[in-house]
Design a protein around this ligand. Structure first.
Ligand code: NAG
Ligand code: NAG
Ligand code: NAG
Ligand code: NAG
Length: 655
């Protein structure tokens, strides 16, 4: 009865499940694949595991045993110390047809191939012995150029939280092209990319798995990233409950073996990291999450960056209260629904071939590549210098906005200080700035220019009070606007394609200025904001106030920032700011000094300083930039040549 029932539902077309076969490479110190020969059918996978010393799995032809086959597979070399414990790196191929496949180890040191380190899949009868004989007298082995794995998946497995608050291994050396697979264990961890300087906070545009909660080990949940180059990669667990990162739950890929930037130094730095960890608001980023082999492309609820694996597997550890799941049927939602109903990620326009932008700030903005502005054949030095400066400004403001948004948002240290609608606007601003930054980088990429590397912020820039955060955002935003206006002036004739890009960015930044004014209790709308500021002044202000160090130098800018204005004291009568007292280091800079005023719509003015005090020109009001200069009445673009100190931003009250 039972058999006949099964018979009726069995598929009519015979299909045989794929097998997963295993082969060891160099086990027990032997120059040998085990098994040497095997039979596999189409669709089967074969996974090679590696033992001491330093072997490869390389496809050859039957005729040339120790030479790579054109378009054949290659694992890359896998150095490892233990003869009896498999390296965490594996190589897996999928069998595409039943033709014979010939394989060798390409290690020249010790002539592994000529010593018989050979392997075959589906060899014809009696042919393997002939293959072995030919290899004995074969020419010195070679390997595919570049050293990267091809034709299969090279994977290194890292256990997350398996033995306490650790990544195992945590000190990884791998080659480009390798998939690093992080397997999650109880309870609730992340794998998020950081920088050496700030171990427990996300790297701009870095990868992040999101919070992955599970009660099982292994859980079936993994996060995979693909290594693209040999630059050091630093990562951490961003779980703030229990301070996982600050307890040393960090790891590195291709860190220096000795010197300042080692894995051990990174662990030490994480332990000293005083600020609670956080991760991006969107997950996953820069890699893929799979639960039981099924990809989870985004984590929608709970801020978009946490999943409960038990719930996804139909076995909730703690059933979510129905009230926390908006729109659900009475009595709770079916399990598994928590990651559906995706909000679209910001993506480049497919028509322009734009790639996905890094989603951020709860996916609040999007945009395409600036292709439609019509590239010129080449780019002028003035435009290049400005693109780099704009890219620099975006990079810094994104870091500042990220830190502030995280504090203002639900669960953050400043939560409740402003209504959710205002906090959302801050998120939108951050997302727009990410898009602006990406646009600038796309212009640089188009002209095959390198992208600026990450600068490191001064710690205070991340830690301030709300008022200092708002001040920083206002100043950085105003500098961004000023530098964009300077850019239109400088490149309109030589690089006209850049003008529409600049114009659209000014619009979004001007709106942002209005909201920040409002948050600072200033009148939002009528204040002048669009103040031109030469890029050297903009750069100098940011370097002085917010940046600890930058790895790159922008050609055409000063070698070091201008001296700062240390303090500005305003003298006010009723509703009007009438004069300022400015404090700065005047040592060795004698003679008469002036305050240069840079106001809205290209307005400029110069007033002499007497006893530290300078009168406010009658027509200046709102957000104004000042600098101390040694010569009055110079054009705006030449202020840098005459500067003694500054710039600084001041709010000038008007009647
Ligand atoms: C492993 O062998 C390859 C090929 O000979 C070599 O390039 C690589 O440096 C070796 N790795 C180690 C760690 O010895
Ligand atoms: C490798 O490059 C891909 C494609 O550009 C990117 O998505 C991924 O994040 C990169 N991986 C890392 C670890 O940076
Ligand atoms: C995992 O941790 C994050 C951050 O602390 C939290 O938001 C999330 O609710 C946790 N998930 C579970 C199922 O505990
Ligand atoms: C704005 O004014 C309100 C009410 O006086 C005050 O509580 C708040 O701290 C002020 N905000 C700023 C940023 O000055």
């Amino acid at each position: 009865m039972r058999l006949s029932l099964l018979g009726t539902v069995a598929p009519l077309v015979a299909s045989v499940a794929a097998d997963h076969l295993s082969v060891t490479v160099g086990k027990d110190g032997k120059l040998q694949f085990q098994p040497e020969q095997l039979t596999a059918k189409v669709g089967d996978t074969i996974t090679y595991t590696f033992f001491a010393r330093n072997h490869s799995v390389t496809q050859s032809s039957f005729d040339k045993p120790c030479q790579p086959l054109d378009k054949g597979f290659f694992s890359g070399f896998v150095p490892t110390a233990a003869p009896d414990v498999a390296a965490p790196t594996t190589f897996t191929i999928t069998v595409a047809d039943t033709k014979p496949i010939w394989v060798y180890c390409g290690q020249v040191n010790g002539n592994h191939c000529q010593s018989g380190m050979l392997h075959a899949i589906n060899p014809p009868p009696d042919s393997f012995a002939k293959f072995q004989t030919a290899a004995k007298t074969a020419a010195t082995s070679t390997s595919p150029a570049g050293g990267r794995p091809v034709g299969g998946v090279r994977k290194l497995r890292v256990e997350v939280g398996k033995n306490g608050l650790t990544f195992t291994p945590n000190k990884i050396n791998e080659i480009p092209g390798t998939v690093i697979e992080f397997g999650f264990n109880p309870r609730n961890h992340t794998v998020s990319q950081s920088s050496f300087a700030f171990p427990c906070q996300p790297l701009n545009k870095g990868f992040s798995s999101g919070f992955v909660a599970t009660t099982k080990s292994p859980s079936g949940a993994v996060f995979q990233i693909t290594l693209n180059d040999t630059h050091p990669v630093w990562f951490y667990c961003g779980q703030p409950n229990g301070n996982h990162c600050q307890s040393g739950m960090v790891g590195s890929i291709n860190a220096d073996a000795e010197g300042k930037f080692t894995q051990d130094a990174f662990v030490q730095k994480a332990k000293e990291h005083a600020v609670p960890s956080w991760i991006p608001h969107w997950a996953p980023i820069g890699g893929k999450v799979f639960v039981d082999g099924k990809e989870i492309t985004n984590f929608n609820l709970n801020g978009g960056n946490a999943i409960d694996v038990d719930a996804l597997q139909g076995n909730p550890s703690t059933p979510p209260p129905a009230s926390s799941l908006p729109g659900g049927p009475p009595g709770g939602m079916p399990t598994g629904v928590r990651v559906t109903a995706a909000v679209p990620k910001p993506t480049g326009s497919p028509a322009s071939g734009g790639p996905s932008k890094p989603p951020t700030f709860d996916h609040k903005a999007g945009g395409g590549k600036p292709t439609n502005y019509g590239w010129a054949d080449s780019i002028s030095d003035a435009a290049l210098q400005r693109l780099y400066t704009l890219s620099f400004i975006e990079q810094i403001i994104i870091k500042v906005l990220t830190s502030g948004y995280d504090k203002l948002a639900r669960g953050g240290a400043w939560a409740g200080a402003y209504p959710v609608s205002i906090v959302d606007i801050i998120g939108t601003m951050g997302a727009q700035r990410v898009i602006h930054g990406a646009t600038t980088e796309e212009c640089l990429e188009h002209y095959k220019k390198p992208i600026l590397r990450e600068c490191v912020l001064k710690p205070v820039a991340n830690l301030g009070q709300i008022t200092s955060f708002l001040h920083a955002v206002k100043a950085l935003n105003a500098l961004g606007i000023g530098a964009l206006i300077d850019t239109t002036v400088a490149v309109a004739a030589t690089d006209p394609w850049l003008v529409p890009l600049v114009a659209t960015e000014i619009g979004s930044k001007a709106r942002m200025a209005a909201v920040i004014n409002l948050m600072q209790n200033h009148t939002a709308a009528p204040m002048p904001r669009e103040v031109l500021i030469p890029i050297d002044l903009a750069w100098s202000y940011i370097m002085t106030h917010y940046v600890a160090s930058c790895p790159d130098v922008i050609v055409g800018l000063p070698t070091k920032p201008y001296a700062p204005i240390q303090e500005v004291i305003k003298e006010e009568t009723g509703e009007r700011t009438v004069s300022l007292t400015v404090k700065y280091d005047a040592a060795g800079k004698g003679g008469q000094h002036y305050v240069a005023w840079m106001g809205s719509y290209g307005l400029a003015g110069f007033t002499p300083i007497h006893g530290g005090q300078a009168a406010v020109p009658d027509d200046m009001f709102g957000n104004v930039w000042i600098a101390v200069v040694s010569t009055p009445n110079v054009p705006l673009g030449e202020i840098g040549k005459h500067i003694v100190a500054g710039p600084e931003t001041v709010w000038i009250k008007h009647r």
